[in-house]
Ligand binder design. Structure first.
Ligand code: BES
Ligand code: MN
Ligand code: ZN
Length: 505
């Protein structure tokens, strides 16, 4: 998708089939008191005919996020052919970055409904400044226009769905233009994650993920080192190898280096679960919905995507991305419940349930990461079904070894619109992982499954500042998550990871 910017001065002559105009709310969220008829900021540059149209439309739209009114411009008048007024549900002064993403998403949906491929979006201002406003609008528009079509041949289709290919963001200043560029880079990356998520298990294998990472590294200028079975054995990564031993597909450890900082600067490390299909292993999953487990590499996809965004943004930090990738299948060689493996760290693990495989491939990867002496480390994984019981589909489960880091990651989640909720990591939970035979077991029972999974990982980070994101409830879904995310892979937590690193640059 091509995204450009133009100044508000040019609105009156903006040659576009559709211009999206935000209409602000006039009610106090708490008291419901109204400010009166409402006075949305109206760009003076619009022709009088359009100004009148807005005056009539706005009263229908106040306070209702996503409500739309469409008007046609008068014959022979310069400027946009049509305007869509879109309610944003809040007063202008209360607007957040996420409101702007959603507004842009609604704008793109309106264009699609009209079968229009290009549109202008009048970007509202934000307290955070024009850069963030433009970035958010660009993110919303680029994410909204994405579709996964590569496996469709068009056979039996009467009409291809409209693809929005041109977006013009209307706003002023250098900060605005730079913000728009950043937003495109970040959303493009998130769309890369969504492509990888959407590819089925027979396409997106561990070696496929590795090849994609290598190609991105070559194109964008970051180094990629891929470890196959031999080097994984040399590295004693037996927990990762144990998960993959029931599969014909070889495992991979993908290690990406973005060298944006000084020579001796300690890196930030991102680790993502790249389980390309999770059948559960010998502790097999129920058949219903098992196809969803193609998304079990969502954390890995987000890390690969985040690395590509950091490279394109030229972020001045050293960042290392690590993605352990494997399948989790059944077979004569598969790991069995009760098997004990010695992890890379030296700790022994009793595998009670082969379906708790994510923590096994991650524990060796976290231990592998320690050699880089991370300043801080964040991992992300579709790790537990329990996180959906705890938080539903609206919050990432967040925990970690360092309160300040956890809070920092939480705030990056708020800013990026990939929100987190912090779960407690009290030592009491650790006891659920005590094993009769080994140093620890890989499951902690039904209670607090997300936290005990987090505790399992924590056993492998030593004293590193570390945070963990359980994205099992948020990385993908079968509905429109917001106006800008269609069902399927949502690319979560790509934006959060990029925002966290940028916050430290
Ligand atoms: N990949 C799953 C977690 C998952 C479940 C992600 C549902 C998305 C939707 C993970 O490998 C898993 O199977 N976890 C088990 C852990 C249990 C055996 C302790 C789970 O959540 O049931
Ligand atoms: Mn599993
Ligand atoms: Zn899994």
């Amino acid at each position: 998708m091509a995204l450009t910017t133009t100044s508000t001065d040019s609105l009156a002559t903006l040659d576009t089939p559709l211009l999206a105009v935000p209409v602000f709310g006039t009610h106090d969220a708490a008291t419901r008191e109204t400010d009166g008829p409402g006075a949305p900021t109206m760009p003076g540059a619009l022709p009088a005919e359009l100004y009148n149209a807005l005056r009539n439309a706005r009263s229908d739209l106040r306070a209702n996020a996503g409500a739309k009114t469409l008007v046609w411009s008068a014959e022979g008048v310069d400027g946009p052919e049509r305007l869509v007024f879109i309610g944003v549900g809040k007063r202008e002064s209360e607007l957040t970055a996420e409101d702007v993403r959603r507004f842009a998403g609604h704008a793109v949906r309106q264009a699609e409904a009209l079968r229009i491929e290009g549109l202008g979006i009048l970007v509202p201002s934000l307290a955070d400044g024009p850069g963030i406003a433009a970035q958010s609008a660009a993110e919303g528009a680029v994410l909204a226009s994405w579709r996964f079509r590569e496996l469709k041949t068009g056979a039996g289709e009467t009409e291809e769905p409209t693809e929005v290919t041109d977006v013009t963001l209307v706003g002023d200043g250098e900060e605005f233009d730079a913000g728009a560029e950043n937003g495109v880079i970040i959303a493009d990356a998130e769309n890369v994650a969504r492509v990888l998520q959407s590819r089925p298990g027979n396409v997106a294998t561990p070696s496929h993920l590795a090849r994609v990472a290598e190609a991105l590294g070559r194109d964008l200028g970051f180094d990629v080192d891929v470890l196959g079975p031999d080097r994984l054995k040399e590295e004693r990564m037996r927990a990762l190898l144990a998960v993959s031993q029931g599969s014909e597909q070889e495992p991979r450890l993908i290690v990406m280096h973005h060298r944006g900082g000084g020579e001796g600067e300690k890196p930030l490390v991102l680790v993502g679960k790249g389980l390309t299909f999770d059948a559960g292993g010998i502790s097999i999953k129920p058949a219903k919905g098992m196809e969803e487990m193609r998304f079990d590499m969502s954390g890995g996809a987000a890390v690969i995507a985040a690395m590509s965004a950091l490279a394109r943004l030229g972020v001045k930090r050293n960042v290392i991305g690590i993605v352990p990738s494997s399948e989790n299948l059944l077979g004569g060689r598969a790991v069995k419940p009760g098997d004990v493996v010695k992890t890379r760290s030296g700790k022994t693990v009793e595998i009670i349930n082969t379906d708790a495989e994510g923590r096994l491939i991650l524990c060796d990867s976290l231990d592998y990461a320690l050699q880089f002496e991370p300043e801080a480390m964040v991992d992300c994984a579709t790790l537990t079904g329990s996180v959906t019981y705890a938080l539903g589909n609206n919050a990432i489960g967040l925990m970690g070894s360092d309160d300040a880091l956890v809070e920092e990651v939480r705030q990056a989640g708020e800013r990026s619109g990939e929100r987190c909720w912090t779960l407690p990591m009290w030592p009491e939970y650790r006891r659920q992982l005590d094993s009769d035979q080994a140093d620890l077991q890989n499951v902690g029972g039904r209670a607090a499954g997300t936290i005990t999974a987090g505790w399992f990982l924590r056993e492998f980070v030593q004293d590193t500042k570390w945070a963990h994101l359980d994205v099992a409830g948020t990385a993908y879904g079968d509905g429109e998550r917001t106006s800008y995310l269609r069902k399927g892979g949502y690319g979560v937590p790509t934006r959060l990871l990029v925002e966290w690193v940028r916050g430290r640059a």
